[in-house]
Design a protein around this ligand. Structure first.
Ligand code: G3I
Length: 354
């Protein structure tokens, strides 16, 4: 349920306006200022008081940007590699594994005392050419899939706390996406993938992850039914990742909290795993204010449901967002702008976490 009140909206606008004035005047509004008032410094600090993490995705090419890295290392307590652990990066030739990109991010996270979500083991996109350029029999593909999953999960055992085991398995109408895995192996590939991952690391939390499942609806219902079935069969599934790539033009997913709650009732964790809220650019004050409200509302929704374990931004700054390259004329989706300055959304998240 959405809990927006006029008072909190007003508070938010005032906070945003005050921040703008202070930034314009060259007065710090960030961690140092918060610290001076004796308040927790970072989004991570604030989230931890609720037993949650607050994270960001990152990508290897960005790690040469020192100002970017400084915020990534200080404001968040969790990181997800945006690309570096995907199949094309980790098994570029069949049976030849390359952990260099994932390792770089794991090492950075370790240096910053951050935990890592593994992303992703089985996905129809960003597959290596050797896998997509030929036909496979079911036994062949089963063996390829098992080997990939187990090699990667074993390599990152003890280094990642959760895996997106299968990513984006359903269509919008709740039918199975006709990926090479589904077409060759049938729907059972999902249970198999979870079992193989569990064998390779019995402690890591195993998730199914998708977009457009924030609301109750055909696609999230498909996950609900599948999760119920898998749990009943004793398949090791521990959580559902809701990517939460939202867009102002499509409206806020008002049933988010109810949706998180129904997965909790199945005994599953949930997480908001790839959050961004895009808009048509240029951004203006009104759009940024609405965006800020949405960030506040989704943070509150996660805090309201005990088993919603944390929130991850799909990178934290507009400087490195995937949106402009994929959606023509859209952008400005993250709480930090392209100059790494905090936007109203940042202050709204803080307000929700307080
Ligand atoms: O590596 C090449 C580089 O050699 C080349 O010069 C460059 C030129 O375009 O492209 C580079 O590849 C890009 C790759 O990211 C690595 O940067 C691809 O073009 C680009 O399409 C790819 O985009 C990624 C996208 O997944 C692919 O679908 C985004 O960075 C990544 O953020 C995005 O993440 C996904 C999640 O994994 C799953 N959920 C949706 C989310 C957004 O699409």
């Amino acid at each position: 349920m959405r809990t927006t009140t006029t008072r909190s909206r007003t508070r938010l606008r005032l906070a945003g306006a005050l921040a703008t004035v202070l930034v314009a005047a060259g007065i710090a509004t960030g961690p140092a200022a918060a610290h001076a008032e004796g308040k927790p410094q970072t989004l991570a600090d604030l989230a931890q008081r609720h037993g949650r993490y607050f994270g960001s995705a990152t990508d290897n090419p960005e790690l040469v940007d020192e100002p970017y890295k400084a915020i990534l290392g200080s404001e968040f307590d969790q990181i997800t590699p945006g690309n570096g652990m995907k199949w094309y990066a980790t098994e570029p030739q069949q049976g030849v594994f390359d952990w260099s990109q994932g390792d770089e991010i794991v090492n950075l996270a370790r240096a910053n005392h951050q935990k890592v979500r593994g992303h992703t083991l089985v996905w129809h996109s960003q597959l290596p050419g050797w896998l997509t350029s030929r036909e496979w029999t079911a036994p062949e593909l089963r063996a390829v899939l098992k080997k990939h999953i187990q090699a990667e999960v074993r390599h990152y055992r003890g280094k990642v706390f959760a895996w997106d085991v299968v990513n984006e398995a359903f269509n919008e109408d709740g039918t199975y996406r006709e990926t090479v895995f589904y077409k060759t192996l049938g729907p059972g590939y999902i249970a198999d993938a979870l079992r193989w991952a569990h064998q390779a690391d019995p402690k890591v939390k195993l998730y199914l992850n998708d977009y457009n499942i924030e609301s109750v609806g055909a696609k999230s219902d498909a996950y609900y039914e599948l999760a119920k079935e898998l749990r009943a069969q004793g398949v090791p599934l521990h959580g559902i990742g809701l990517q939460a790539h939202l867009a102002l033009q499509y409206g806020y997913p008002t049933t988010l909290e109810d949706n998180l709650r129904r997965f909790s009732r199945l005994g599953l964790d949930t997480a908001l795993t790839e959050v961004d809220i895009r808009m048509y650019v240029p951004a203006d004050e009104a759009k940024l204010a609405t965006q800020a409200e949405w960030y506040r509302d989704l943070t509150e929704a996660c805090l309201a449901v005990r088993r919603c374990v944390g929130i991850t931004l799909w990178d934290y700054t507009d400087k490195y967002s995937w949106i402009p390259a994929f959606f023509d004329g859209e952008g400005a989706a993250l709480p930090w702008d392209e100059q790494l300055a905090r936007k109203p959304a940042y202050f709204a998240i803080r307000e929700a976490l307080r």
